[in-house]
Design a protein around this ligand. Structure first.
Ligand code: HDE
Length: 716
């Protein structure tokens, strides 16, 4: 290939190679930007000490304020500009720092330095988000979760900007603004916040069959994860990894949570909007503060270029996943999130991700959704972060050196020395110079893909199948999950005012996923659904497999009680020794015991000991917990049974399929609340040892699934 004539590469090889990352590199790079006011005087931004921070400058004590008051003007001026435009999507987020550690096998797939050797650590910053709601909306809404990771590698930043669902609502970037306009709060009244249950969303998706697969995912319990640590992540598109020999392979990226997958229940998620709108971000923050870190494995599904067309779908179509039975997920590394940001705005709000931030060894596919994203993310940062220098904001700066001839623009921080800001130049001896591509430590080289085609505004026939994988997902759900999906469609469509939109979804979309799904949702709306698919054969498509285990949330349940929060209900008269024994058992398994009492006043145990509560009944209601234990003692449970809040606590826990144990007289609370005492998932006994193992086993399954069909009878 002909070289650009003025190429003057580094004659003695690349120069910035002495730079190496370790897990702490980003923390160090942030250190010079941190500011701690303790021990310092209050000053203006120009450094002048302030003598009075309470009174503006006036003409007389009761007179008008003077323009001259430069201290007041600076303060108000700065305050007036404190907000930046929120993200058009993914506005509400929470983030954490951590590190990625490569496994031994990673280097065989990609020449990227972060994968170069087993055990190599690279700092990361991860932002989780919801999509639809504004910055101040709720955490536990029914929505997709963003899972965006910035790897600060020694060759520059790599952003893996993914979601917690492996597919997307559309195939072509051209439809993204339409979709977002439809799902966002409606334009005339800005209602509803954080929800897809409204006319414009269902109007659009019921007319847009390619969204059916992703909409089905969002109608599943995946749409409200219990904790960010219990959520999978997906790069969604096919990307390319390039190895040292220059071989390109298609890959799909997966984050597999080591703590297993589990979700909330819709009723619980809704109640949390009021009880704790910050439920997910608080849990992540608290856990990290307590040293209980979030951990994920990075996995890849690898498709050799020769196999690109061997699937019954197009791997460039972002509405399709590659079933794990067809291409297993190979783990290539592990990520640990172990440090909270120092400042929400400076880090979480100002972090700027882009799928276009890649490093040598990582490349794009022609997925038309991904191609559109490559433009959109940089464009959005120009507005959000006020210009092209957003890469200089501390959280966005690569940890490796970076020099180029980009100059000036708003808020420029770097003081570029020298006269030459162009290339070629002789004044600065040609610096900064290009680095030729190489097996390692080279300049970025795009994979040499041959493209010989007409310029067309068209879509490939191989993108025509809109339903086969929606059917695959539906067939892969357990009965309980299917019931929750039916309830979700029923609920969402009940919020749609226009009957013809409801009807269209039930008659024209759902039967193509599954006629039984359509019939059940239709029944709940008094609409008769066709008993067979209605879409043309091509749209219905065919999946070479009936179901896929990995698509059910149940496939990766936690299996143990680690990280779980268990409420121990207690009131005056409680058996203090039992409380200690319970706390010890729970902590031994890595769970957190939370003593919940009627008020924040200490309770007096039966042995006279004073027990300090961790929370009160309506302070940390059962929706914030994973399971409940009613402690025994002398009168404790009777006191709880006499209180509406006490009874409600266990009723709600029952309704949300939580494991419940009651010790000794604790049973009285269950009886008073109308909670059945003799069924699976309810554990009664005199001693902790009698009930604990069975209780812990049920908690490891996350919920008592066998209760699901009865749970809604509980009027909580
Ligand atoms: Fe995004 N997306 N997106 N998206 N996206 C944004 O960029 C966009 C898509 C995702 O925590 C925006 O900086 C287009 C798929 C995450 O800061 C914006 C298209 C996936 C985040 C944007 C998509 C995502 C964003 C808004 C279709 C999963 C939050 C603010 C062509 C693979 C990142 C911003 C963070 C954010 C555009 C589709 C994930 C407007 C045009 C598919 C996790 O640029």
């Amino acid at each position: 290939m002909a070289k650009t004539p003025y190429t003057e590469p580094n004659d003695d090889g690349p120069h910035d190679t002495e730079f190496k990352t370790d897990a702490g590199s980003k923390d160090q790079s942030l250190e010079s930007h941190r500011s701690d006011a303790r021990g310092h005087d209050l000053r203006t931004n120009q450094g002048v000490r302030i003598a009075d921070n309470h009174n503006s400058l006036k003409a007389g004590e009761r007179g008008p304020t003077l323009m001259e008051d430069f201290i007041l003007r600076e303060k108000l001026n700065h305050f007036d500009h404190e907000r930046i435009p929120e993200r058009i999507v993914h506005a509400r987020g929470a983030a954490a720092h951590g590190y990625f550690e490569a496994y031994d096998n990673a280097a065989q797939y990609s020449k990227a330095a972060l994968f170069s050797e087993g055990g190599k650590q690279t700092p990361v910053f991860v932002r989780f988000s919801t999509v639809q709601g504004g910055r101040g909306s709720n955490d536990t809404v029914r929505d997709v979760r963003g899972f965006a990771t910035k790897f600060y590698t020694e060759e520059g930043n790599w952003d893996l900007v993914g979601n917690d669902m492996p597919v997307f609502f559309m195939q072509d970037a051209a439809k993204f603004p339409d979709f977002v306009h439809a799902v966002k709060p409606e334009p005339h009244n800005e209602i509803p916040q954080g929800q897809s249950a409204h006319d414009t969303f269902w109007d659009f998706v019921s007319l847009f069959p390619e969204s059916a697969h992703m909409v089905l995912w969002t109608m599943s319990d995946r749409a409200f994860p219990r904790h960010y640590r219990n959520m999978e992540g997906f790069g969604v598109h096919s990307f390319r990894l390039i190895d040292r020999q220059g071989t390109s392979r298609f890959v799909k990226f997966h984050w597999k949570p080591l703590a297993g997958t589990c979700s909330l229940i819709w009723d619980e998620a809704q109640k949390l909007w009021g009880r704790d709108p910050d439920f997910n971000r608080r849990a992540m923050w608290d856990d990290i503060e307590n040293g209980d870190f979030l951990e994920y494995e990075l996995g890849i599904q690898v498709v050799e270029e020769a196999d690109e067309h061997k699937f019954d779908f197009d791997i460039l179509d972002a509405t399709k996943l590659i079933p794990e039975e067809q291409v297993p997920v190979t783990p290539i590394g592990k990520m640990v999130l172990n440090r909270n940001p120092d400042n929400y705005f400076a880090e979480t709000e100002q972090v700027a991700f882009s799928p276009g931030h890649v490093v040598p060894g990582i490349d794009f596919s022609n997925d038309p959704l991904l191609q559109g994203r490559l433009f959109s993310y940089l464009d959005t940062q120009m507005l959000r972060l006020s210009g092209p220098n957003f890469h200089e904001i501390p959280i966005n700066r690569p940890v490796c050196p970076f020099h180029n001839n980009q100059r000036d623009a708003p808020h420029r921080q770097t003081i570029n020395k020298g006269q030459a800001s162009y290339e070629p130049n002789s004044i600065d001896d040609g610096w900064p110079r290009q680095t030729p591509a190489a097996e390692e430590n080279g300049g970025y080289e795009t994979h040499h893909e041959r493209i010989d085609a007409h310029k067309v505004r068209a879509r490939s026939d191989s993108f025509g199948d809109h339903y086969s994988q929606a059917r695959l997902f539906w067939n892969s759900q357990t009965e309980v999950e299917k019931e929750h999906i039916i309830a979700a469609y029923t609920f969402e469509l009940s919020k749609v005012a226009r009957p013809y939109i409801r009807e269209r979804q039930i008659k024209e979309i759902l039967p193509n996923i599954d006629p039984e799904l359509a019939r059940r949702v239709g029944e709940n709306h008094g609409i008769e659904a066709p008993n067979a698919p209605t879409a043309p054969e091509g749209e219905l498509g065919k999946s070479s497999q009936e179901s896929s285990e990995a698509l059910s949330l149940m496939a990766r349940l936690p299996g143990n009680i680690k990280h779980r929060k268990v409420a121990i209900l207690a009131a005056d008269g409680v058996d203090a020794k039992q409380l200690d024994a319970l706390a010890a058992k729970l902590e031994e398994g890595g769970a957190q015991a939370v003593i919940v009492t009627p008020s924040m006043a200490p309770v007096t145990a039966s042995n006279g000991q004073s027990v300090l509560p961790d929370a009160m009944l309506n302070g940390l209601p059962s929706v914030t917990m994973d399971a409940v234990i009613v402690a025994g003692g002398d009168g404790s449970a009777t006191r709880l049974a006499d209180s509406g809040q006490g009874r409600y606590y266990v009723q709600e826990a029952y309704k949300h399929l939580k494991a419940i144990a009651a010790l000794g007289e604790g049973k009285r609370l269950l009886e008073a609340a109308g909670v059945p005492t003799e069924e699976e998932g309810i554990y009664l006994g005199e001693m902790v040892e009698e009930v604990f193992d069975a209780f812990a086993k049920a908690l490891g399954q996350h919920r008592v699934w066998s209760r699901d069909s009865r749970a809604n009878d509980m009027p909580a």
